[in-house]
Design a protein around this ligand. Sequence first.
Ligand code: IMP
Length: 496
Amino acid sequence: MAKLDNETSRTFSEFLLLPNLTKKDCSSDKINLKTPLVRFTKKPSLSLNIPMVSAVMQAVSGPNLAIALAKQGGLSFIYCSQPIDEQAEMVNKVKRFKAGFVLSDSNIKEDDTLKDVVSLARTTGHTTMAVTEDGSPHGKLMGVLTSRDYRLEKCNLKDPVNKYMTPFSKTIHAIEGISLEEANDLIWAHKLNSLPIIDKKGNLKFFVFRKDYNQHKMNPSEMIDDEKRFIVGAGINTWDYKERVPALVDAGADILCIDSSDGYSEWQKDTIQYIKSKYNVPVGAGNVVSGDGFKYLADCGADFIKVGIGGGSICITREQKGIGRGQATSVMAVAKARDEYFRKTGTYIPICSDGGIVNDYHMVLALAMGADFIMLGRYFARFDESPSKKMKISGNFVKEYWGEGSNRARNWQRYGTSGNLTFEEGVDVYIPYAGKLSDNVNVSLSKIKSTMVNLGVNTINELQKNARITTVSSLSLREGGAHDVTVRENEYYPSP
Ligand code: IMP
């Protein structure tokens, strides 16, 4: 007979937080949401500035979302259900985006025409182009062309580029070896928008852009590495890691995450140990829902451990296979094991609550229950920056969203069936479009901070230690929303 675990499987909506004394020195502006990303004994080598990562999913984590989220202080794991070279290119695109020293992506030759310039600008979205002898990113620099150099309405599209470009002799440039600070000083001194960096032979090496400097000032929480490039993660699987991992490391991935619906497996052990024996890149593992699953992956060397089976918004694993556990119960069970492991070994292994966040307050509950950070799919898929298509359906804007176990993604490697997806574990859906990532993340973070003020805590660690949680009855849940009133429609209010 099966062993019965007497603990009921519960989800976030079945809990609420109780307020603690709010001391006068506890206010939203003093709250620090920095949280460890990888295992540590004294100090983590990598931390998140906000406790959010985006799901390893086709509809969620592409390069644009990775850049937007890193700007806010979070991290994306670029999805792995795609060919290795394409995933590596996405990772590299994030690393190139804001290197301080950026590899020139838009290059043109002197005798190319303005028509060529227009079509290049359309594909790259760039308004500054390097004019090089052979049109390559590292060719001899002949000049620079920006959108301020020509007026499309007045110019002949057949004109050559050298009629409009600033020639090299008049281009302010710097020689390779200059520091980023010195490069920015030159930009400011000469009122430039960009500064080409060349080698001693006059070949183009990089650009430094004024907008990157401004952006850094505007986003003090952004996740950047020592070279001021955005930090980015990448998903991997337990099937082709020997080929995928080297390509991702070469492309600049800062952290990896084994993406699997069930991480309590010897395949994960092999994958982690292979990576640890050859590379210096941290790797997260999962998903697990119990203390024994956590301990197994911790002993294998996982740098963080992801928690959750069956709770994702697009997930039908529990219906299809009868396996899983309520997300709140899973997080608390794994957090307990994590704390025990820390007490016994002195090593702290961060845990990530993955999936099932419906309301913003679920995020703060997940953290209070012991998660160090949260992985979100549906939440991020709704934003402009996600790779999925925005559409209008019945007068409302929506975005497409689909599970990795759906027929659309066919990510069989995630579900452990060799080369085939014999049945679906995910669905293909629409979700309401929600606008820009930064606007939404800022609102969610304000709510998290506000709850933390009510609990009298300033950090996630204090939240985990001091939070008191209560279960809710279905009637008290009803009491929590607007009730016994008629909600006024927006049109009753005068427009601002
Ligand atoms: P959400 O934030 O509730 O939408 O959940 C996202 C999480 O669901 C992901 O991070 C995965 O762990 C999980 N997931 C993604 N695709 C599938 C699927 O097709 N079936 C089951 N779970 C999935």
